[in-house]
Design a protein around this ligand. Sequence first.
Ligand SMILES: Cc1cc2nc3c(=O)[nH]c(=O)nc-3n(C[C@H](O)[C@H](O)[C@H](O)COP(=O)(O)O)c2cc1C
Length: 231
Amino acid sequence: MNAAQDRPRQAAHRGAQHGGYPVSPTTPNTHFYEPRLGHGLPHDPFNAIVGPRPIGWISSCAPDGTANLAPYSFFNAFNYTPPIIGFASIEAKDTLRNVRASGEFVWNLATRPLAEAMNASSASVPPEVDEFALAGLDRLPSRLVRPPRVARSPVHFECRVSQIVQLQSAQGVAVDTWLVLGEVVAVHIDRALLPGGVYDTAAAQPILRGGGAADYFSIGKEQLFRMKRPR
Ligand SMILES: Cc1cc2nc3c(=O)[nH]c(=O)nc-3n(C[C@H](O)[C@H](O)[C@H](O)COP(=O)(O)O)c2cc1C
């Protein structure tokens, strides 16, 4: 919609009420949209705005023991004690089926040297394909769970599934997306990332997902700044 077309809408909004709240006028400098009606842009900006996101590089095992590996950037940490991480499977994918059946998964830190292998592991392949082999990655056994770890990844969390939640809209309509939450029951950290016993985030060279078809970010010491919380 161009500015001229938008004018009557702005006028209609001025002073209007919406659910008891005044409707904020649309300004020429703001792109406003309601997602349910479409974003009106060449690319959906949503995941570029909520970005860059850490990557949940998740290994799991099928009931027959076939290893599975895939990246999930709808991923984050949600609790300290016990530590809980989670990722969202948009549609029921192999990882979701495996963690449902086994109750276990491993998170592997995706680093800059492993970026291409991480990407290769996202290929849409049948469940019988082992993405460790597909991506040319060696594996290490885990200590407490069955899924293997990516050997070249410097940090691993062994996890037991704590909840699997199917998402729903604000209207309560079920969405074809599942949030998998898992308690971190074992942690492996390359000692090179623990100078003086303090984990060095930048030295690990984590990669993060931006938006669009191909945007990623890597971080280094240049991005570090410190700010203490108010007392
Ligand atoms: C960086 C990156 C992030 C991704 N994030 C997600 C995600 O958050 N949720 C999702 O369902 N798929 C995501 N995908 C796509 C899955 O990795 C892809 O569908 C994969 O084949 C799933 O593997 P699986 O069926 O073995 O679980 C992502 C892909 C890439 C490359």
